[in-house]
Design a protein around this ligand. Structure first.
Ligand code: FAD
Ligand code: SIN
Length: 533
C-alpha cells in the first residue's frame, strides 16, 4: 500500500504543472504522480505547433483570442471559461519560461509568433516544430527539483477508489460519492498496489487510440475518462472528436500517424487535390486556414468524391531555409519517406487528434466526485465547446493545472486518508493464454469507430456501431473478470467505454455542430450539452 496527500494520475502538461504549483506552495505535502509509461511519453511530448497566448499587444488582445475560440467552438464554449483561460494564459506561459521552457525568438529577441487555423492573429509561441517535447522536458526537469514529488513510472491506474470499494452500492444517483485514491498495476513487480490519497487529480490525457488512424501516441487510451465513468462520475460532450486535417499519409499503418503541423499552413502551405487544384476556397473564406472541423470535412469530401486516399499539402513555393529553420522535424520525416517538401507535394490525410469532451469539471477543475479533480485533455472544461481552436490545449493544461492547485489548497488540510479500502482481490483469475483475443478485439474496435463514427456520421452507422460495441463489451467484460489484470485488457476495456461514450453522445445529438456532423441532421438546432450523469 502507498499513502500520500495528493495523487496525480498522469505526467503531461496538466499533471506536471499542477504538481509543480502544489509542491512549491506546500513542501510539507507528499505528492505522488503516476505515469503508465516513462515520464516523457505523453500527448504533450508530441505537440508540434505550439501554445496560443496573447503576446504582442501591438497586434493582439484578449478579445480577439476569445472571439476566435468562441467561433471555433461553434456555440458550445462556456464564455466565462474561455475568458479565464485566455486572460490567465500569458502569465502561465511566462511561468514555464521561468521554469526553463524555450521558445523560438526573432533576431531582435522578441518571441517569434506563428499562426494556425482559426486564429485571427499570430499568437502561437513555439519551439521549432517540437514545442511539446520542449515543454515536457522543462516541466519534468522542474518536477525533479522538488523533494516532495515522487514520480512512479510504469504504474498503470486501473480504477479510482470510492465507497463502492467498501461494499456500498454506488449508482449514478448516489449523492456524495468520494474518491480515496486508486488501484494501480506496478509493471515491474506485477503487483496491484492500493494507493490512498486525500485528494486525487486526474490528468490522463486523450483517447485517440480508439481510431485506426491517430496522431496520438499509444498511451492515449482514455483511461481517466473510462475510470470516471465506471465510478459513476459525470462525462460530457464526447461526440466532439477532433480529426486533424493533415497527418502524413502512409500506407504501412504507422501508429501513431505522423502529424504535419497546422503551423505549416500558417506558414503559407496550400491544400490541393490529387490533380494539383486548390479546393478550400469552396468551403470557407479562410481557405486552408479555416478551423479544423471545416478543413477536415472538406478534405474528407474531396477524397470521397474523387476516390482518393489523400490530398496534397503544397510547400514548394515557401522559403527553403526559413522552412527548415521552423520545421526541421517535419522536413526530416518527409525526407525519410522520400518526399522533399521543397520539391514534392506532401500527401496528407485527416487523423483522429483530440477529444473535446471528457470528465465534466467546474472552473476550478472539480469533478462531480468529491476530492477528485481533473485537468487537461481528459476533461470537458467548457473551453473548447464543439471544436477546439488550434494550440489552445497546452494552454488549457497549464491554466487548469494551476487553478486545481488553488482549489486543493483550500480543502487539503481538512481531509483524512481513508484506511478502510481492501486490497485488490485477484481470486479466481488466471493468466490469459490467448492474447489474440485482446489484440483482435482492439482491431475490431478501431474498425468500428473509423468506419461508422468518423468525420461524417449517419443514424444508421451510429446504430450499427452501438450494436457491435455491445458485443465487444460483453466479451471483454467476461475476459476481464476471468483473467489476471494486464495493461492490454485494461486499455481495451477503457477504449470500449470511450467508443460507447462517443457513439452514444453522437446518437443523442440530433443536429450537426462543430466536429459532429450527421447527414441526417445537417443543421444547427441548438442542443446544448450531452452529459452522461
Ligand atoms: P498528456 O500529455 O497526454 O499526459 C497524459 C499522462 O497520463 C501521461 O503521463 C500518461 O502516461 C498518463 N496516463 C494515462 N493513463 C494512465 C493510467 N491509466 N495510469 C497512469 N498514467 C496514465 N496542443 C496544443 O495546444 N498545441 C499543439 O501544437 C499541439 N500539437 C499536438 C500534436 C500532436 C501530434 C498531438 C497528439 C497533440 C497535440 N496537441 C497540441 C494536443 C496536446 O498535446 C494535448 O492535448 C495535451 O498535451 C494533453 O496534455 P495532458 O497533460 O492532458 O495529457
Ligand atoms: C498542430 O501543430 O497542428 C497541432 C496543434 C494543435 O493540435 O493544437
Amino acid at each position: 500500500m502507498i499513502q500520500c496527500d495528493i495523487l496525480v494520475i498522469g505526467a503531461g502538461v496538466a499533471g506536471n504543472s499542477f504538481a509543480i504549483n502544489m509542491a512549491e506552495k506546500r513542501p510539507d505535502l507528499k505528492i505522488t504522480m503516476l505515469t503508465k509509461s516513462n515520464r516523457q511519453e505523453s500527448n504533450t511530448t508530441y505537440a508540434q505547433g505550439g501554445i496560443a497566448a496573447v503576446w504582442d499587444a501591438d497586434i493582439d488582445n484578449y478579445e480577439k483570442h476569445i472571439a476566435d475560440t468562441l467561433d471555433a467552438g461553434d456555440g458550445l464554449c462556456d464564455p466565462e471559461v474561455v475568458k479565464i483561460v485566455v486572460e490567465e494564459g500569458p502569465e502561465r506561459v511566462r511561468e514555464i519560461i521561468e521554469w526553463g521552457a524555450n521558445f523560438d525568438k526573432e533576431a531582435d529577441g522578441d518571441y517569434r509568433l506563428g499562426r494556425e487555423g482559426g486564429h485571427s492573429e499570430n499568437r502561437i509561441l513555439h519551439y521549432k516544430d517540437i514545442t511539446g517535447w520542449e515543454i515536457q522536458r522543462a516541466l519534468s526537469e522542474k518536477v525533479k527539483t522538488y523533494d516532495n514529488i515522487e514520480v512512479l513510472e510504469h504504474f498503470f491506474a486501473i480504477d479510482i477508489l470510492t465507497q463502492h470499494h467498501m461494499g456500498r452500492n454506488v449508482t449514478r444517483l448516489t449523492p456524495g460519492v468520494e474518491c480515496y485514491g486508486c488501484y494501480a498495476l506496478n509493471y515491474d513487480t506485477k503487483d496491484i498496489e492500493t494507493i490512498l490519497a486525500k485528494v486525487t487529480v486526474m490528468c490522463t490525457g486523450g483517447a485517440g487510440q480508439v481510431y485506426k488512424s491517430t496522431t496520438n501516441p499509444v498511451i492515449a487510451t482514455g483511461d481517466g475518462i473510462a475510470m470516471m465513468y465506471r465510478a459513476k462520475g459525470r462525462i460530457a460532450n464526447m461526440e466532439f472528436v477532433q480529426f486533424h486535417p493533415t497527418s502524413l499519409y502512409s500506407n504501412n499503418g504507422e501508429n501513431p500517424s505522423f502529424l504535419v503541423s497546422e503551423a505549416v499552413r500558417g506558414f503559407g502551405a496550400i491544400l490541393r487535390t490529387s490533380d494539383g487544384e486548390e479546393f478550400m476556397h469552396k468551403y470557407d473564406r479562410r481557405k486552408s486556414l479555416a478551423p479544423r472541423d471545416i478543413v477536415a470535412r472538406a478534405i474528407d469530401k474531396e477524397m470521397k468524391m474523387r476516390g482518393d486516399d489523400f490530398v496534397y499539402l503544397d510547400c514548394t513555393h515557401l522559403d527553403k531555409d526559413k522552412f527548415y529553420d521552423h520545421f526541421p522535424n517535419i522536413h526530416d520525416k518527409c525526407m525519410s519517406q522520400g518526399i522533399d517538401p521543397m520539391k514534392d507535394f506532401i500527401p496528407v490525410v485527416p487523423a483522429c487528434h483530440y477529444i473535446c469532451g471528457g470528465i465534466l469539471v467546474d472552473k476550478m477543475g472539480a469533478t462531480s466526485i468529491r476530492n477528485l479533480y481533473a485537468a487537461g485533455e481528459c476533461t470537458c472544461s467548457g473551453l473548447h465547446g464543439a471544436n477546439r481552436l488550434a494550440s489552445n490545449s497546452l494552454l488549457e493544461g497549464l491554466v487548469f493545472g494551476q487553478r486545481v492547485h488553488l482549489a486543493v489548497m483550500n480543502i487539503i488540510d481538512n481531509l483524512e486518508i481513508n484506511n478502510h479500502i481492501p486490497d485488490w482481490n485477484a481470486r479466481g483469475t488466471t493468466e490469459p493464454n490467448e492474447m489474440v483475443l485482446i489484440t483482435q478485439s482492439w482491431r475490431e474496435l478501431k474498425d468500428i469507430m473509423s468506419t461508422y463514427v468518423g468525420i461524417v456520421r449517419t443514424d444508421v452507422r451510429l446504430k450499427r456501431a452501438l450494436d457491435r460495441l455491445g458485443l465487444l463489451w460483453r466479451e471483454t467484460e467476461n475476459l476481464y473478470v476471468e483473467t489476471t489484470v494486464s495493461p492490454q485488457i485494461c486499455e481495451l476495456r477503457n477504449l470500449i467505454t470511450i467508443a460507447y461514450l462517443v457513439t452514444g453522445a453522437a446518437k443523442m445529438r440530433k443536429e450537426s455542430r462543430g466536429l459532429h456532423y450527421n447527414t441526417d441532421y445537417p443543421e444547427h438546432y441548438g442542443y446544448l450539452e450531452t452529459t452522461y450523469q
